[in-house]
Design a protein around this ligand. Structure first.
Ligand code: SF4
Length: 356
């Protein structure tokens, strides 16, 4: 396969005009595209990280209804924030949003790429996306869609997981950005939109409907479907867990996760590392200062995070006893009010069923 030098190949100033024209005529009408308000754009960008547009729409509307300003978000109760985020995953995003909101509420909204980068939860891509869409700054926002479009147009076969390659692509995309604020605001969106709707991943891109088809090198050379090049990802780590659904007098036990690490500070069903069999479960229950009374059921579940997979075995059992202080006993209604991450959704449904 021929390797091209992106630095020279991306000097395609000609893509700007057809791309922007196409975007104006074809872009999906999404609520965060109807505004220049940095707060709204920021919320949408954080929600859209690792999450599909269709899944974000409802969350975005509910979130802004509950927290219409950065000040209200800064002062929001954590439980309410987590509840509104429930199901979106990657909960550290919500925590970082609030930490950043507290900074913004005091200091005002940063309006440059460099200052945006200083906020918690804002990386290269998000800083560029906000700086360009909200403030008309010439900063290329390069996500997976843009990497795909750029490498295909340039027929670049370098590994996009290599930070040097990614940096070079960002520089080149930035070099072909328009000069006026009005066009800058939509250029990044247009590149992303092309990647999301026309120059799609997994299968053949829809080159016939592409506004840059006459310029695109990979189309001319028939290499589009091999691009972008990514080296194999590292395998995810598998962690085994035993989840205990403990029922006592019509209530189920929850506990709070530690304040740091995966799913920090969220509510979970008590669980221990490793897969325990039926003989080993009573000792785990007794360690929580409870006594098993009757078995109800056993369920297996799996949850996949970006770097870790949880393989869970769950036991539902009735218990008696005082229980350790860290356990919170909730009935069906109170359970709904607590943000239990979707990693436990199988057990959440089981608990709801048992508490009926
Ligand atoms: Fe992608 Fe095809 Fe357009 Fe090239 S012509 S940018 S491969 S959709």
């Amino acid at each position: 396969m021929k390797h091209e030098n992106l630095t020279s190949e991306m000097m395609f100033m000609e893509i700007q005009e057809p791309l922007l024209k196409w975007y104006r005529e074809n872009a999906r009408d999404l609520p965060w595209r109807r505004t220049n308000d940095p707060y709204r754009i920021w919320i949408s960008e954080i929600m859209l990280q690792q999450t599909r547009v269709a899944a974000v729409l409802g969350y975005y509307a509910r979130f802004l209804e509950a927290f219409p300003t950065v000040q209200i978000l800064a002062e929001a109760p954590e439980e309410q924030l987590m509840k509104l985020w429930e199901g979106l995953g990657y909960y550290s995003r919500a925590r970082n949003l609030q930490r950043a909101a507290q900074v913004i509420a005091k200091q005002g909204f940063p309006d440059t790429y460099e200052d945006l980068l200083k906020l918690p939860g804002i990386g290269d891509y998000t800083a560029s996306a906000i700086a360009s869409a909200a403030f008309g700054r010439r900063e290329a926002a390069v996500d997976g869609n843009v990497l795909r479009v750029a490498t295909r147009i340039a027929d670049c076969h370098d590994d996009i997981l290599d930070v040097k390659v990614k940096k070079a692509i960002r520089e080149q995309v930035q070099a072909i950005m328009p000069d006026t604020a009005a066009e800058i605001r939509i250029f990044n969106q247009a590149m992303m939109e092309l990647g999301a709707t026309v120059c799609v991943p997994n299968g053949a891109p829809k080159c016939e409907s592409c506004p840059v088809k006459d310029i695109c090198l990979s189309r001319q050379r028939g290499t589009s479907e091999n691009l972008p090049v990514k080296k194999a990802k590292k395998e995810r780590k598998v962690e085994e867990k035993t989840v205990l659904l403990l029922l006592r007098d019509g209530k189920v036990a929850l506990r709070k996760r530690p304040n740091a690490g995966l799913l920090a500070g969220l509510w979970e069903f008590p669980n221990v590392e490793g897969t325990l069999d039926e003989q080993a479960v009573p000792a785990a229950v007794e360690a929580l200062r409870l006594t098993p009374k009757a078995w109800r059921s056993k369920q297996s579940a799996k949850h996949i995070f970006s770097h870790v997979e949880w393989h869970m075995t769950g036991y539902t059992l009735e218990v008696t006893g005082e229980g350790v202080d860290e356990l919170l006993w909730v009935d069906a209604e109170e359970l709904t009010a607590h943000a239990v991450p979707s990693a436990f959704s199988r057990y959440y449904a089981e608990a709801k069923e048992q508490l009926k």
